[in-house]
Design a protein around this ligand. Structure first.
Ligand SMILES: [Zn+2]
Length: 148
């Protein structure tokens, strides 16, 4: 599924979540921004993706692995890549960034460069502060569901 960077999240939903911004939903038929990643970005993203317990950025896990449509890779060096989304709270506003966990592979192998405000959030997020991305997702979706 392709989404432009910084558009409102709507993956598999019948509505958009305006407080959640898409990052890194690349597709082979859309050009994407390329540049060398700032030092430490990949390590920091891997640390965020792996974090357990008080801080969890993993959202909507799937049983299998999404392959990379750019190179066909289906096995990845790091756990969780290709098998969930990664949600990161913005440090500047009351919103969130939502990326496929393949974003780590896209940066590492395909030279994709995410928007600067996402990079800032990755470096600024405090993984000692409680964050449960899945609960954030569930609550945002619930709030927009039409009353039964
Ligand atoms: Zn690839």
């Amino acid at each position: 599924m392709y989404y432009d960077d910084l558009t409102s999240y709507e993956y598999y939903l019948p509505f958009k979540l305006p407080d959640v911004l898409n990052v890194g939903w690349l597709a082979t038929d859309h050009a994407f921004a390329k540049a060398d990643a700032p030092a430490g970005l990949l390590d920091r993203l891997q640390q965020i993706l792996r974090a357990e317990g008080n801080f969890s950025a993993r959202v909507n896990p799937i049983r299998g692995i999404h392959p990379c449509h750019h190179c066909g890779a289906r096995q990845f060096q790091h756990p969780h890549i290709g098998s969930c989304e990664i949600w990161i709270p913005s440090q500047k506003a009351e919103n969130y960034f939502a990326a496929p966990s393949l974003i780590i592979h896209y940066i590492e192998e395909h030279n994709y460069i995410p928007p600067q405000n996402f990079i800032d959030a990755v470096f600024q997020v405090d993984t000692t502060v409680h964050f449960d991305g899945q609960t954030v997702y569930d609550n945002l979706v619930q709030a927009r569901m039409p009353a039964a």
